[in-house]
Design a protein around this ligand. Sequence first.
Ligand code: GLY
Ligand code: MN
Ligand code: MN
Length: 384
Amino acid sequence: MAQPPPDLLATRHARVRTALGREGLDALVVLHQPNIRYLTGFAGSTAIVILAPDELVLVTDGRYVTEVETRVAPGCPGLRLVKVDPTYDATLAAFLRGFDVPRVGFESAHLTVKRFEALTAALRDTPSRRAGALIPAERLVEAARIRKDAVELETLRRAGALISAVARKVLGGVRAGQREWEVAADIDDRIRRGGFERPAFDTIVASGPNGALPHARPGERRLEPGDLVVLDFGGVYDGYCVDITRTVSVGTPGVEARRVYDAVAAAQLAAVGAVQPSAAVTDVDEAARAVLEAHGLGSAFSHATGHGLGLEIHEEPRVGPRRADIPGVPPAGRDDRLEPGVVFTVEPGAYLPGFGGVRIEDDVVVTESGVDWLTDVPRELLVV
Ligand code: GLY
Ligand code: MN
Ligand code: MN
């Protein structure tokens, strides 16, 4: 597992510290593991990070102390290890009691009400702190993660090439008579043998009518002549997720299958064609949606056109339609603009209950001049 270079970590710290300043915060308690990994390179399951203008503290427990001392801290500018004693939240509360700043933010999307109340109680009446409360903060690290840096892009490009190689082998092996779960097991095996740490999510193999469920679970059904089969899978490579979908036809496709497939393929090309620096993500979604609507498939396209990829399989930006604000939900995607280094999926689909479905998904990166595909697998309808 590669530790990000120190200069890139320092740049990430600076970006989030700028965001702290903008929000009027003196420190941020980082609780979401992918955010912790982004800021420090620490890839274990549990830790807490406190980031302040002059502080970067990583709290972790005995399982990870040696790893942090030998690998993470030496490569992470300014990182100070604090060992858990006796629990995470007691250690955090003790640290914050001794840390004399009034405005401490915390990742409110990643702290249970129970923990929040316990921490607030532990910090109440702290003489060294002028204000005892923790301040909810949202998306400070997530926003920095949208635009990938050089090392992240290199990792994602490599991962895109690897998952493409896996996909070509998978597609070459699909046969009538196989059960959905057998195909899924073969995919997962190939993902691991293909250089990935693990599948990025539960592999989807949805045949015939099951294809009408965008997130179907592979079951006992056997692939039959006349089926369209949606195969959606991804891998985690050095911590980074890639995600691809192809839809194949078992035997010669019928007229309707061909029509729906061609419409989805055209929608995907239209969406990728709309990708360029400063384009609104909603315009990318609109490009795909307009094609499907023109084919009478607008209502069959029941999800967003895509999502960001990185340390998480679904992250910002949300490449979806314009929508009204939802109270308490950040307006992710509504006015987001693309910029070079943003990586996301383009995955339009059409889902027709009783008939089946088509989805075609690739991963792309916004470049200075337009867009590059990270995945490279034929997009014509494959007949198996
Ligand atoms: N299979 C999850 C996705 O494509 O978003
Ligand atoms: Mn996806
Ligand atoms: Mn997918």
